[in-house]
Design a protein around this ligand. Structure first.
Ligand code: MG
Ligand code: ZN
Length: 220
């Protein structure tokens, strides 16, 4: 019986992702794949993180977008190295696209690499890019039932960042409800409420990165 095409594509992707993961591991490079809906604040989170931790870590970003380099220019303004991938309509990044981006991004001396995926909660989750973990970003301007509607992301993610908590007084989002749905899918999930605008909660995210980097170094 023929294997369905979709499985062949994912299998080929996983082989490239495994090569990337081995390369990252040999370097002790910590890699996170950042996934959210459009407008949840992925680029804003990275702008804050890159600026606030620039003295602690050498960081770079692979920026995935359907079109434009607007987000890459925002990242570059922090002084971090960034490579833009325009998928030309493709709704996710995959391992081959990341490998191509790395041709323009020297990894020597880097501590942390962020992959900002295309804004989409569905297929980016299915394509392993060789990362250490997926970070799910959900903003309080979305529904608090997103973890229930898009279970695979919240099942696989290491961290769920709940962004824009400065807007909580103005929206019907329940942090407790979002967290409860997500924990049903993933008991070990770290849940970090933050505001990339006010800075509230970001220190817990930075502590998470410091700890993840420390663990990564002990493994390599
Ligand atoms: Mg963005
Ligand atoms: Zn897609």
């Amino acid at each position: 019986m023929e294997t369905p095409l979709a499985y062949n594509i994912l299998d080929a992707n996983d082989k490239i992702a495994a090569d990337l993961r081995a390369d990252f591991a040999a370097r002790g490079l910590l890699v996170f794949n950042l996934i959210s809906s459009p407008g949840a604040g992925k680029t804003a989170l990275l702008e804050r993180t890159l600026a606030d931790l620039k003295k602690e870590f050498a960081m770079a970003v692979i920026e995935g977008d359907l079109q434009t380099d607007n987000d890459a220019r925002r990242i570059a303004a922090t002084g971090a190295k960034v490579v833009q991938i325009n998928t030309g309509g493709g709704c996710h990044l995959d391992a081959a696209l990341v490998r191509t981006a790395l041709e323009e991004l020297p990894l020597d001396g880097l501590d942390i690499l962020f992959i900002e995926n295309v804004g989409n909660l569905v297929c980016p989750v299915e394509f392993d890019c060789g990362e250490d973990g997926k970070i799910a970003l959900l903003s309080v301007t979305e529904g608090d039932d997103k973890p229930e509607k898009y279970p695979l992301l919240f099942h696989l993610a290491r961290v769920m960042l709940l962004n824009k908590i400065d807007l909580l007084p103005h929206v019907d989002f329940s942090l407790e409800r979002a967290e409860r749905f997500a924990r049903l899918l993933n008991a070990g999930l770290r849940v970090l409420p933050v505001s990339c605008r006010s800075g509230e909660g970001l220190e817990a995210w930075y502590d998470y990165l410091r700890e993840a980097r420390r663990v990564k170094l002990t493994q390599s």
